[in-house]
Write a protein that binds this ligand. Structure first.
Ligand code: SAJ
Length: 509
């Protein structure tokens, strides 16, 4: 029975057979020959996830001074049941990611269907044909214990396997450009040695032909400026040797809008790798600090958000002060500090840890418990309490539940036997929280609610009228504002309707 890969729309794609793979190799060879004849360099993008698939189109979309494509791009996705469906889907010119950026479907159609210089494949053989490989495969951090990020670690096995595939296929003069967010030290201590091992197995002299490895991290933000966050955005890069650095500079200069967004070269891949994870650790630490002070503000009758606004008036030095919320979710701030902390010991053999960054991750991961404390101030006993949670996405106005703080909130409420219903206008399913239904209609969650939690800052929640919310519940529910959604007038309106109101950082209520 042929294994299949099922796309989000339910369409089934059978995984390729051995015969089909043999045919595919011939197609890849033919295409590459034709494209080289057109004077194009050949690029492979390894991993067609939310970064790789759009990066591949940005590379394919790059044109020379005569408006001709500089590159032909083979997107490579392993033929896994989970992700193979992306290959046939991309080859119809359809993006495998949904996005509010209308440039995403346009750039896919332009490169796959019109320019015909981007095509997806699952054949490893493709790596024997290319001049550059852009590595965009996933690399996760694991946090085995809630609130104990110091125990977090990174399992590099899948990443190593991906690099080994490259080492056993690529030509010695092929540049391997790592974009994946990796623990500091990975290029020098993991990627380069694996490539050297594979080169030696293939009889390649690694002194004459040292592997060419560069690192340039992506700053993709999949929202409404998805494509621009790759093409029109600053990049940091480095390489394991001079040639790698120069080839990387040439590639990024051809692909990205470096006139407006100049490149920054660092002198070692450790530096470029450290830069990425420090960027997000800085952001995570910034948020964690505001929660610590929000708790203090609540106890002394202060509205932390007004204090924050006052501080942010100092443009250039203090206007990047962030804010507390229900919690810090998403794929970046939750793991990047852990990658660095783990690398200290695992890759550099160093004692000690990044205490401030790790403590910040713990503050951020456990932030939803503060919202539960606010509820318990009014309802000490949560058993059978009916709680309506508005918002399960990790970010406002987006439908992405990865590492959503709402998951922690719902799990801890249910652990104390509260009766929780959830709502989110952007979220269809919530895979991280099994058998959890996410409602789209208010009348499915508000009736009878004792507590209404404004968990995520979706714009439509900000516009909800207090009269509507209170009448929908048929009670005078406790209102909990986790993300500064309710201004003072709205809070006053809820109180006039007989509701109690609590808010993260809102000590003045
Ligand atoms: N959050 C707060 N308080 C804030 C800002 C965010 O609690 O002041 C929470 C959000 O609700 C969310 C989490 O933190 O749960 C992360 O929010 P984010 O705005 O950092 O969004 P992310 O996780 O998508 O972060 C990405 C990062 N981009 C990359 O790594 C390429 C980050 O560096 C960007 O700053 C961020 O997008 C962005 O600005 O959009």
């Amino acid at each position: 029975m042929l294994k299949t890969s099922i796309a989000p729309d339910g369409k089934e794609y059978p995984l390729p057979t051995a015969e089909e793979n043999e045919k595919e190799r011939l197609i890849l060879e033919q295409i590459t020959k034709e494209q080289r004849a057109l004077g194009r360099k050949i690029v492979a993008v390894q991993g067609l996830g939310f970064v790789g698939c759009v990066m591949a189109t940005v590379v394919a979309d790059a044109e020379d001074s005569n408006g001709k494509p500089v590159y032909y791009v083979h997107g490579h996705q392993r033929a896994s049941a989970r992700s193979y469906w992306k290959v046939p889907m991309i080859n119809t010119g359809v993006p495998p990611v949904s996005s509010s950026d209308e440039e995403v479907p346009q750039i896919f159609h332009r490169c796959v269907v019109e320019k015909k210089n981007f095509r997806a494949t699952s054949e490893d053989f493709v790596y024997t044909l290319v001049d550059v490989v852009v590595v965009d495969i996933q690399l996760d951090a694991t946090k085995p214990a809630f609130g104990e990020a110091e125990k977090g670690y990174c399992d590099l096995s899948a990443f190593r396997e991906g690099i080994r595939t490259l080492g056993s296929h690529i030509r010695p003069d092929c540049l391997v450009l790592v974009e994946t967010t990796v623990p500091p030290g990975t290029c020098e201590k993991v990627v380069k040695p694996i490539l050297e091992e594979e080169f030696i197995k293939r009889g390649i002299d690694i002194v004459k032909n040292p592997p060419l490895v560069a690192h340039s991290y992506e700053r993709v933000m999949p929202g409404e400026h998805y494509v621009a966050s790759i093409r029109d955005f600053w990049r940091v890069f480095s390489g394991v040797n001079e040639k790698s650095i120069e080839l990387c500079r040439e590639f990024l200069t051809n692909v990205l809008n470096v006139e407006q967004y100049p490149l920054t070269q660092l002198d070692h891949t450790n530096a470029s790798e450290l830069s990425k994870v420090m960027e997000n650790s800085y952001r995570a630490t910034n948020i964690a600090l505001t929660l610590e002070w929000a708790k203090f503000a609540e106890q002394i009758g202060v509205d932390l958000f007004k204090v924050r606004d006052a501080i942010r008036k100092r443009k250039g030095t203090h206007d990047n002060l962030l804010r507390p919320s229900l919690g810090v979710g998403g794929y970046c701030l939750t793991k990047d500090p852990v990658l660095a902390n783990w690398a200290m010991g695992a890759l550099f053999g160093l004692e000690g840890s990044l205490d401030v960054a790790i403590r910040s991750v713990n503050i951020n991961d456990t932030m939803p418990l503060h919202t539960i404390e606010l509820i318990k101030k009014v309802y000490p006993e949560l058993r059978n309490l009916k709680v309506a949670v508005l918002g399960v996405s990790y970010l406002e106005n987006l439908g992405d539940t990865r590492h959503s703080p709402s998951k922690t909130l719902v799990e801890f409420l249910r652990k104390d036997f509260a009766l929780v219903k959830t709502h989110d206008p952007y979220v269809e399913a919530w895979p991280e929280l099994e058998e959890s239904v996410v409602e789209r209609e208010y009348d499915a969650v508000l009736p009878e609610a004792d507590v209404v939690v404004f968990a995520v800052g979706h714009d439509q929640y900000r516009k909800l009228k207090p009269e509507f919310v209170v009448s929908s519940t048929g009670k005078k529910p406790l209102i909990v504002d986790c993300s500064n959604l309710l201004n003072d007038d709205t809070i006053a309106a809820y109180k006039a309707l007989g509701c109690k109101v609590k808010g993260v950082g809102k000590g003045h209520i």
